[in-house]
Design a protein around this ligand. Structure first.
Ligand code: GLU
Length: 424
């Protein structure tokens, strides 16, 4: 079979192109059939909705929303809903494909999807957010379903928004359906451990990678970009393992402390200052970009896509990067980091703890029986550790990066499923 044409990497990359370039490289190494490759790069469904919402001032504003189902070969599609002014279809397509790959890497029986609404949630009142969420859920009620497509939180959304999704869907169908969405509040059938799950998976995969590199967490340092759910919890759990966190940042700025940032104090500050680290006194202020190039052993990018690019990859000092965010490293930067010998634990493995516990939440909802937090955590830790080892072994066997090895693991699984199910 002729090799699959490598995706062209342009100077300006978008997340979907970055995803394609890795997918083509992994598919070639696996000798994947070209027809199957074409299925993998084409999302199964892209839905656009325009959502009229009555604002608090009585005027009607129309918001754009999307849901992209990338694949349902391994099971119902799964993936978060993003509320952001920067959301666009190319981003959601990439994020949906990454969900398919992520679920396949950690062997959970889900396909991949992602949704988004173009809005600035910080500028909406609680009532406006609720009406917008209900409008989105109602518009997509034919797409969503506990056996079809199951949303979850992502950037700009939280458990309250998931509660409204659950309620709007349940009212629409007349059946109370907790398994329609994950990341719900505990009282509505959420799972213990879900809030911490993504950051916990980042910590577990960071420790697994450190072990391979012979790094002792207690004498290692880290720098963390992003202080939302993923960044702050990764920082907290890594600090609890003895890692000194030299720098943190939120959307506005970074903070550096050579003695180590007091993470519980930073979290308390962030929560009591309207989700902001502005004027935090636990370190000297540095720019958001400088946080990425701090001289630390470990870098955790836990904000958004395309933060490590060909423009700053040469300046990265860390020898280990563990991707808390989805797509923080561009494909061009991958090449530079690889040349520099930096180990990168890719997003689809490193941040898969979140969707793993989402899967546990869905299982518990369907059983109507709930597990203890210890049970959830130990099951999720095991999934991440086993998946890390599997990906690491493939990277050794094929002499490739952990990213390409993770893509290979995922593609191989999805391709096998497609072959067995058949295409007609
Ligand atoms: N938004 C999260 C992610 O990107 C969680 C998705 C889920 O739990 O379905 O992995």
């Amino acid at each position: 079979m002729a090799p699959i044409e490598p995706a062209v990497i342009k100077d300006i990359e978008n997340p979907f192109e970055s995803m394609l370039s890795r997918l083509s490289e992994a598919a070639n190494l696996l000798n994947i059939d070209e027809d199957i490759y074409h299925l993998l790069i084409s999302p199964a469904k892209e839905v656009k909705v325009n959502l009229p919402v009555t604002m608090d001032n009585g005027r009607v504003k129309v918001f754009e929303g999307w849901r992209v189902i990338h694949s349902t070969y391994l099971g119902p599609s799964k993936g978060g809903i993003r509320f952001s002014p920067y959301v666009h279809i190319e981003e959601i397509k990439a994020l949906a494909a990454w969900m398919s790959l992520k679920c396949a890497v950690v062997s959970i029986p889900f396909g991949g999807a992602k949704g988004g609404i173009k809005c600035e949630p910080k500028n909406l009142s609680k009532g406006e957010l609720e009406r917008l969420t209900r409008a989105y859920t109602t518009a997509l009620s034919e797409i969503f379903g506990p056996e079809k497509d199951i949303p979850a939180p992502d950037v700009g959304t939280d458990s309250q928004i998931m509660a409204w999704v659950m309620d709007a869907y349940s009212r629409q169908t007349g059946i109370s359906t907790p398994a329609i969405v994950t990341g719900k509040p505990l009282v509505l059938g959420g799972s213990l451990g879900r809030v911490e799950a993504t950051g916990r998976g980042v910590m577990v995969s960071a420790l697994a990678a450190m072990e391979k590199l012979g790094m002792d967490p207690k004498s290692s340092t880290a720098t963390i970009q992003g202080f939302g759910n993923v960044g702050s919890i990764s920082a907290k759990l890594l600090a609890e393992k003895g890692v000194k966190i030299l720098a943190i940042s939120d959307v506005n700025s970074g903070y550096y402390n050579e003695k180590g940032i007091d993470i519980p104090k930073a979290i308390e500050y962030y929560l009591s200052h309207g989700y902001s680290l502005d004027d935090f006194k636990g370190g000297v202020a540095i720019s958001n970009e400088e946080v990425l190039t701090v001289d630390a052993d470990l870098l955790v990018p836990a904000a958004i896509e395309d933060q490590i690019t060909r423009h700053n990859a040469y300046d990265i000092k860390a020898r280990l990067i563990v991707e808390g965010a989805n797509g923080p490293t561009s494909a061009n930067a991958d090449r530079i980091l690889n040349e520099k010998g930096v180990m990168v634990v890719p997003d689809i493995l490193a941040n898969a703890g979140g969707v793993t516990v989402s899967y546990f939440e869905w299982v518990q909802n369907r059983m109507g029986y709930f597990w203890s937090e210890d049970d959830v955590n130990s099951k999720a830790d095991e999934v991440i550790k086993t998946s890390f080892q599997k990906v690491y072994d493939i990277s050794q066997k094929y002499k490739t990066t952990l990213r390409i090895a993770a893509y290979m693991t995922a593609i191989d699984k999805i391709a096998q499923t497609i072959r067995l199910r058949g295409i007609y």
